[in-house]
Design a protein around this ligand. Structure first.
Ligand SMILES: NC(=O)c1ccc[n+]([C@@H]2O[C@H](COP(=O)([O-])OP(=O)(O)OC[C@H]3O[C@@H](n4cnc5c(N)ncnc54)[C@H](OP(=O)(O)O)[C@@H]3O)[C@@H](O)[C@H]2O)c1
Length: 376
């Protein structure tokens, strides 16, 4: 399928997107509007108490960011009217039934929406169990309930994570989870269980404890996995497509190279290296860091949308990763950073050139702690 066919698929289609105020969601909104100005409406469900606040959040957190500069230039003076015409912010919350949309709103949009792209999630690895469960697991069920009400819906596209695989090694098959089946052999999960009586401050510990008990490394990957399991509650003859990216990094090319936002997973390494606050690191130089540029994830989502459009009853899973085909070794990452800053030295405010130091690697924590023990 070529790019024109993928773009063509979006003409006159109305799409509901959750999570558009986040890193990946806004990239999806921007790309759709840039490549297919004749898309129908983009309904952006955002956390907000009312319509005015939802609109304010969409403007400030999405449309007014530098990510939209190319689109702004393309439309010039017509940019604001183009946005107003294409984007409809919806105040909602995926942790609530029907995603907290008012009945009248559900009634209105349910006839129009052709695709739901479920991007929203709580992305902190060590979130409280109840919070992560509400968004990443039960939130998926609420999106499915909403999908059931949308008479003209043609597909549900769900963004998950490659890390639902936990710490399993080797080549993994792209197959759906069995409901309630844990990663640890012979362990069964009770998805709905969240004991409200547990104190909130104990919920963080509980998340990690449950994740480890059932075979996942953290509460994020556990609750995202359980979210995938609940996609089965859709019970409609619709294509349900799950896309599982690995660590999403800044853009490769579109709409501009190197666009990113915030500091989350890998970004912490760039920032600390840039500030020369990363003298050493524990790890193997040869370890593969599975990162994928954000614009490539967006392209994969759009191709998945086009391919599975209206393919009744199929469920497909795609990993959007680099580790197998084009692996990035940690040593390559650090060498590239070193070479880059050697050719483009940073200069302090008072004109001093910052000298680059290579990062020392320690294979074992014992060596690392030995070097850092003030008593040594
Ligand atoms: N970033 C990565 O490296 C990565 C890798 C693999 C997979 N993913 C997946 O990609 C998706 C997007 O990740 P991201 O990096 O863009 O995350 P992000 O920047 O943290 O954005 C999360 C988005 O979800 C929204 N959200 C959270 N809880 C919600 C709720 N209860 N109701 C409605 N909206 C809610 C947030 O809204 P607010 O603005 O209101 O907080 C925000 O728009 C997630 O599903 C994540 O699991 C991300």
């Amino acid at each position: 399928m070529d790019a024109a066919a993928v773009i063509g698929c979006l003409r006159d289609r109305s799409i509901l997107i959750t999570g558009s105020t986040g890193f990946l969601g806004k990239m999806l909104v921007e790309k759709i509007l840039r490549v297919q100005p004749d898309v129908g409406k983009l309904y952006l469900l955002v956390r907000a108490p009312d319509a005015a606040s939802a609109e304010h959040r969409v403007l400030t957190k999405v449309v007014e960011t530098t990510l939209f500069d190319v689109l702004r230039t393309k439309h010039g003076a017509d940019f604001n009217s183009f946005i107003k015409n294409k984007i409809s912010p919806l105040p909602g919350d995926i942790t609530k039934e029907t995603c907290a949309l008012r009945d009248s709103m559900v009634e209105q949009i349910s006839k129009e929406i052709h695709v739901i792209v479920s991007v929203a999630a709580t992305t902190s690895f060590y979130e409280r169990y109840d919070v992560a469960l509400a968004s990443n697991t039960l939130g998926v069920a609420h999106v499915c309930d909403l999908a059931k009400k949308c008479a003209n819906l043609k597909m549900l596209l769900h963004v998950s994570t490659a890390f639902v695989a936990g710490e399993q090694e080797g080549l993994l098959v792209e197959k759906p989870f069995d409901v309630g089946k844990a990663l640890k052999k012979d362990y069964n999960l009770d998805i709905q269980s969240s004991d409200d009586k547990i104190e909130k401050r104990k919920m963080k510990k509980l998340g990690l404890k449950r994740a480890r008990h059932f075979g996942w490394p953290n509460v994020y990957s556990l609750t995202k996995s359980m979210g995938e399991m609940l996609l089965g509650t859709l019970e409609r003859d619709l294509p349900v497509v799950i896309v599982r990216p690995s660590i999403i990094s800044s853009t490769f090319q579109e709409p501009m190279p190197g666009w990113t936002e915030g500091t989350r997973t890998m970004d912490m390494l760039y920032v600390t290296y840039n500030d020369q606050k990363l003298p050493c690191f524990i790890g193997e130089r040869n370890v593969i860091v599975d990162v994928i540029p954000g614009d490539m994830v967006i392209n994969a989502l759009m191709v998945a949308m086009a391919i599975h459009w209206d393919t009744h009853g199929t469920q497909a899973i795609y990993h959007v990763t680099t580790g197998h085909r084009n692996p990035l070794h940690f040593s390559t990452f650090l060498e590239s950073a070193y070479e880059y800053f050697r050719s483009n030295p940073r200069v302090t405010k008072d004109g001093r050139i910052v000298n680059d130091r290579r990062v020392k690697f320690f294979k074992k924590y014992t060596f690392f702690s030995f070097i850092h023990d003030p008593a040594v």
